[in-house]
Design a protein around this ligand. Sequence first.
Ligand code: HSE
Length: 329
Amino acid sequence: MENKEQEIKAPTIIAPPSRGRGVHVFAPATVANVVCGFDVLGFAVNEPGDEVIMRLTSKPGITISKITGDDGRLPLDPAKNTVSVSVQHYLQSVDRTDVGLDIELHKKMPIGSGLGSSSASTVAGLYAIKTLLGDDADPAKLLPFAMKGEEMACGHGHADNVAPALLGGFVLIRSYDPLDVIRLPHPAGLYCAIVFPDVDVPTREARQIIRQKINMKDAVTQWGNIAGLVSGLFMQDIDLIGRSMTDILVEPVRSMLIPDFYKMREIAMGMGAVSFGISGSGPSVFAFTKDEETAKLITQKLQQHLTSIKIGSNIYVSTINDAGPKVLG
Ligand code: HSE
């Protein structure tokens, strides 16, 4: 689909909101880059994810009454919070700034984890307002607003977290200008083992340290791998997916921010992982496996290793989440 913010029109069906009505929405965490596809590939997982409760109020404007699970790190000021700022952009675009809203944000995943934490919150907020207003437009139309949230969170409006959080599944950003986002198929039996080592790696900083220029030989290697990964997804060929998931451009630099990254890779690959790499900008790492049991054993072993070097961690095992955001009530 092609999608430009300036092309977005006010949805045709917007029900008159009844005051006090509310909605509770979940949006999933995401693994961006998928090793070789810096800024162009990502997929959603079933857990973790963030939740937003949004209620219509009688006074125009947005308030944030509560944020939980953030240890006080996120702003309650609606002008500074990515959720409210994205929702405000949406309201302006559909000409509904008369609407009054209150937002509760419940963080159910670590911030600065490389799991698309800000994206999950933003997408949950946008899906909530779309639901409250009865906007029946394609959810993909929300993408430019979600990208505004990313821009605010880390200084760059990349879509490889927000697009899979919003659309579910495995997503390719074929182009940013014009925005062209393609949902890719994936083998059903692909499991994802995720480990979040409890160290802070802000995306803004992890973007600043990467090389801005690359040579042709490296570029050839990298785009061969991206094409191989996309082919493997279409062909349901897990071994092709695995051997294509190599990143010679970004991982060598960012891996320095992740405790024992190469040791963790050795452990995971030695236990039968199909692939191993950094999730988004890190510090989370992930492995694909062909079965759930292997994914569970890998997460446990990596957690044990991190404990042995005195680093706490969270672990998750999931298939790829094809549903995207979900209304919980
Ligand atoms: N593509 C982005 C990056 C994802 O690697 O900086 C951030 O989660």
